[in-house]
Design a protein around this ligand. Structure first.
Ligand SMILES: [Zn+2]
Length: 194
């Protein structure tokens, strides 16, 4: 079991350190999204790397002559850069479409990570549902990266149906675990119908 008090304190300690280390001009709108309390810490970390373009993709490894082929192994069709993984790849695109339909984020914004993140940031919907959407996005990026790593390092074939089911389950469990004191009846009904 997670100690809620310890978990909350740790979260804010890390956030405070990050804000101290990060100069104001480098603070992006998604910093607020990242520290939403519905985000699982390891999901938050991978989303943070992805939004900054810091995930070590095959295209990067190829540039540094670490590997011979820069292509995406999930679809074998295209350079493995962050925009491809999130979510131009034919495999991950199916996942983002399903999660976006599930949580109701904007149709046009669904194939590029930064556009999805911006769309969630600007949408007029309430804070609660925005935070649930970010948790869904963070979980999606984490699971795409994990699936890609398992394929590369363990030759484990992806199971995309299980993946989206796990993302939904993760998000629901985390939100229930840290359920806010004040949630409107409308938001509660929306969440319970997910
Ligand atoms: Zn691909």
């Amino acid at each position: 079991m997670i100690n809620t008090q310890q978990f909350t304190q740790e979260k804010y300690q890390i956030a405070a350190i990050y804000i101290l280390l990060c100069p104001p001009q480098d603070r992006k709108y998604w910093i607020v999204q990242l520290w939403g309390r519905f985000n699982i810490p390891k999901h938050r970390f991978i989303l943070w790397l992805a939004l900054q373009g810091r995930l070590r993709t095959r295209e990067k490894s190829h540039r540094f002559v670490i590997i011979d082929c820069p292509n995406c192994l999930l679809c074998n069709n295209g350079l493995e850069i962050i925009n491809h993984l999130c979510f131009e790849c034919s495999k991950t695109k199916q996942c983002v479409m399903e999660i976006s339909h599930w949580l109701g984020w904007g149709g046009q914004a669904t194939t590029e990570l930064n556009r999805v993140s911006k769309w969630i940031n600007r949408t007029k919907t309430c804070r609660f549902s925005r935070k649930v959407m970010v948790a869904g996005l963070a979980s999606l990026v984490y699971h795409v990266w994990k699936t890609r790593n398992e394929l590369i390092w363990q030759a484990k074939e992806p199971n995309w149906v299980n993946l989206t089911a796990r993302i939904k389950e993760n998000v629901k469990q985390m939100v229930v675990f840290v359920w806010p004191k004040k949630v409107s009846q409308k938001d509660e009904i929306w969440f319970n119908n997910l």
